[in-house]
Design a protein. Sequence first.
Length: 341
Amino acid sequence: MKFAIAGAGVAGSYLGNMLQKRGHEVEIFEASKPENHWPVCAWGASRHMLSKFSEKAGLKFDDYIFHVGQRLKMDLPNDNVEYLDLVGLVTYNKHKWEHDLMQGVKINYGVKVTKESFPFGDYDYVLDCTGLHRTLLPRSENDFIIPAYEYLLENVRGMDEFYVIGYKGAKGYFWYFPLDNGRGYMGAGDVEKRYQGISEFFQNHPEAKVVKKIGRPIRLAPPKKMEPFYDGNIIGVGESIGCVFPMLGEGIIPTLICCDIFLEALDQSKFDFKKYRKKVLDRFNYYDDVYRIVRLKMDGKLSTVRHANLLLSMYRNMKREEKRFGFEVTLEKMTRLVNAL
Ligand SMILES: Cc1cc2nc3c(=O)[nH]c(=O)nc-3n(C[C@H](O)[C@H](O)[C@H](O)COP(=O)(O)OP(=O)(O)OC[C@H]3O[C@@H](n4cnc5c(N)ncnc54)[C@H](O)[C@@H]3O)c2cc1C
């Protein structure tokens, strides 16, 4: 079959690779020019999961790892501090990983796809892998995004571990994710656009040199809030249909899981739209609970007593998927965290 893919990020590069491997004809359209094509992301995810996806796509994930985390420090409101033991959370060369996935796949850079001008009829299916932009699918009235930006830094001293500042009311967080050789991503997502921690970081690290300043909002609305997933022969995959873990704004692994669901719904002659929709909704069902927790917390309405079932659902599901997150999940720490924010 003939596929067009709009967007060469996580979903576009992985699906380009996997569809071509299965013998389909694939063409990718990417808005950025090659020299500017840079994944806006802090490049942190679970080694366990990325190793599996890489293997399927013919890559060796260990070749891309920058930093293997041991322990994440989290500063919380009112001088609370929490430490999380890490079990596979790494940073990796996401730029190279995505580009290596697309080796041998036809890609047109510098082409900003639009609904008005795209030749939909030339393809059996057109995949909307434009992430936040959701360029080809109808807008969702229930969308929710959080502003974010970050710096790629080099020459940073004394910051060799994952570090986070959680904002009051779960309104966002500051991060420093170490890469290699004194490089790291420092940034923040914040509903209120205050980005606490960024100017303090520069004051405390005058040696740090800015290589890039990049940013875009992150979608927190889960798949349940981001329907439709398809429209005519257009199918959304990844962040375009809400595959982001709402508590963390973490979308690499959920997007790849969504890609595999897409591939499962595809046989040699057609795509099963209903099966795709159902499987996406089932697999990311608990993201809706997590999203409700985040929104209740942001609105100052979360009660650990009244919303105990919601909180327990989040804990149980995260515990079941501990390896996929790359950090320890304990009820004790989660309760402390929810209370401290
Ligand atoms: C600042 C920041 C930090 C983040 N850090 C992390 C992290 O550490 N770990 C994690 O798991 N998640 C993180 N995320 C979220 C994660 O990066 C995304 O959820 C994930 O990349 C989504 O994958 P995707 O393929 O759906 O979209 P993307 O990877 O965003 O790819 C979309 C692509 O589509 C292209 N595009 C957009 N519009 C068009 C158009 N009209 N025509 C053609 N091409 C177009 C874009 O240029 C881009 O290349 C972060 C997000 C941000 C903004």
